[in-house]
Write a protein that binds this ligand. Sequence first.
Ligand code: NAP
Length: 209
Amino acid sequence: MTTIGFIGAGQIGGTLARLAVAHGYDVIVSNSRGPATLTDLVSELGDRARAATPAEAAAGADLVVVTIPVKAVPSVPVAELAGKLVIDTNNYYPQRDGQIAVLDEGATTVSGYLQQHLPTSSVVKAFNNIYYGDLGSLGVPAGSPDRLALSVAGDDPDARQAVIGLIDELGFDAVDVGPLAESWRFEKDHPAYGLKADLAGMTNALAQA
Ligand SMILES: NC(=O)c1ccc[n+]([C@@H]2O[C@H](COP(=O)([O-])OP(=O)(O)OC[C@H]3O[C@@H](n4cnc5c(N)ncnc54)[C@H](OP(=O)(O)O)[C@@H]3O)[C@@H](O)[C@H]2O)c1
């Protein structure tokens, strides 16, 4: 059984944890304030869920979702994530995150910034360009008409395929955008950001970027 760890258990982390449990995964949730603050979420999620510290969630999971404000990236545990697939949902909002020079200068992408912090992990950007309410409510089985498509980028093609498979299980199609260097195509201020579209519409928006 695959266990998914969550570093961050807010709007996106909580929503993804609910979806993961509903699809048969075990989850370990964590936040900055400690496991005691996650009792309500764990009660709601049931027997498949437990709360932990970020380091424990990272160490105990097969794959880990980092879903926090970008300003918190430097605090993400490194050793516990070595060799693991890490899904990055993060978006950069300077009014929330403060100014981060490498992002302001365009020296890397938002997910490239996390990948630099986690050099021995395989970072895949996903779930960043959908509103959490839509993520929680608009998933449908594969083959359903007008199924929404998300976007996926990462430097390891096998890791991208694994995340595309997970997204499919959770109710969405996905466009493979390629390496992290291309992930700006679905960052904030681009047509694919927050776009509710099917595979063809999302593919078109990514190409327009
Ligand atoms: N909301 C959306 O619709 C949406 C959609 C796509 C992507 N995103 C992006 O996804 C990320 C998460 O968004 P969100 O809306 O879920 O945020 P949120 O509701 O504010 O939740 C943030 C979570 O991160 C945790 N956190 C903060 N600092 C931490 C640290 N140093 N270590 C561990 N956990 C930490 C918070 O825990 P505490 O409360 O204990 O600090 C909280 O559980 C952001 O980058 C956001 O831009 C959001």
